[in-house]
Design a protein around this ligand. Structure first.
Ligand code: GUN
Length: 297
């Protein structure tokens, strides 16, 4: 996969984590403390437990403090909100992330609403969604911001580019569209009701696929030379009996021959998400301390 067409998110994320570690050292020198990230996991979902562990490890590797809170699956809404309020009030905590999805019976919107927007390193709070929409200083959702970083690294100036985002989730599609608008791209937000999706995608210089449907975007839907960011992480049966493998929302082998550049799955957008979470935590910590935003992040 060492083709120039491949956008190596793993390498980009490693370099970003290096710059964050430098920023964390400077923050410590100025404030005498480490930035702190609190991660809350409710219940026993194995995939979520893996994410939470890797977030804690990534924190420590860049010199941040990690606070992990594990609550049982039968935790009440009130107990979870009390924990969020404690974390809001704890001066050592700069970032709060409540791992989603929450178990049945808990209302993720109500929980997110309780997070202090200035500690909302996921960028999911309505105040941050609003700030992003008006171009104010938002904490921005990690996956779209990581995707934008990869696009700018590959393309440079995005002004005037035709961008098609497929998927309108609050976590990826909508904030991705906002970020591309801010970069002066011409943005189309396509979704499950879009008529003739292949024709819409064929216009695009930039395609961001975030739908959660394995191999949905075909190679012959792409304009030759288009830059493709595949946000999908779908587990499907592999050719080997009893085994599974990860694929994106884009049929990679077909798309690679048409695209100008493309992110692989795994190793594309995925590694960027945690790196940007650390970046957001350092940004939140700096703002809370009245410091300038760290440069080069
Ligand atoms: N679950 C899967 N991805 C994410 C994420 O980026 N943030 C949170 N809070 N939960 C998730």
């Amino acid at each position: 996969m060492a083709s120039e067409k491949i956008i190596d998110g793993k390498a980009f994320a490693a370099a970003l984590r290096g710059r964050i570690a430098t920023g964390v050292a400077a923050f410590k020198a100025q404030t005498g403390r480490a930035p702190g990230l609190a991660v809350v996991l409710v219940g026993e979902d194995p995939a979520s437990a893996v994410y939470v562990r890797s977030k804690g490890k990534a924190c420590r590797e860049v010199g941040m403090e990690s606070f992990e809170h594990r609550l049982p699956a039968d935790t009440t809404q009130e107990t979870l909100i009390e924990l969020v309020e404690q974390l809001n009030d704890n001066p050592a905590v700069d970032g709060i992330l409540v791992q989603l999805p929450l178990p049945d019976g808990l209302d993720d919107k109500k929980v997110i609403d309780m997070i202090d927007p200035d500690k909302d390193v996921d960028g999911f709070h309505p105040v941050n969604a609003g700030r992003l929409a008006i171009g104010a200083n938002a904490l921005t959702p990690c996956t779209p911001l990581g995707s934008l970083m990869l696009l700018k690294d590959r393309i440079g100036d995005l002004s005037g580019k035709e961008a098609v985002v497929i998927g309108r989730s609050n976590i990826v599609g909508k904030p991705m569209a906002q970020l591309l608008i801010q970069e002066n791209a011409t943005v189309t937000l396509a979704h499950s009701r879009t008529v003739d999706l292949p024709a819409v995608i064929r216009r695009a210089d930039i395609v961001v696929a975030a739908v959660g449907r394995p191999n949905m975007v075909r190679g012959d839907w792409l304009k030759p030379g288009a830059v493709v960011i595949d946000v999908g992480i779908n587990r499907i049966a592999s050719d080997e009996p009893g085994k599974t493998r990860l694929v994106g929302d884009v049929a990679f082998d077909e798309a690679e021959s048409v695209a100008g550049a493309i992110t692989p799955v795994p190793g594309g957008v995925g590694p960027m998400t945690i790196a940007v979470l650390l970046r957001n935590t350092l940004v939140a910590a700096s703002r809370r301390e009245g410091l300038a935003d760290p440069e080069g992040l």
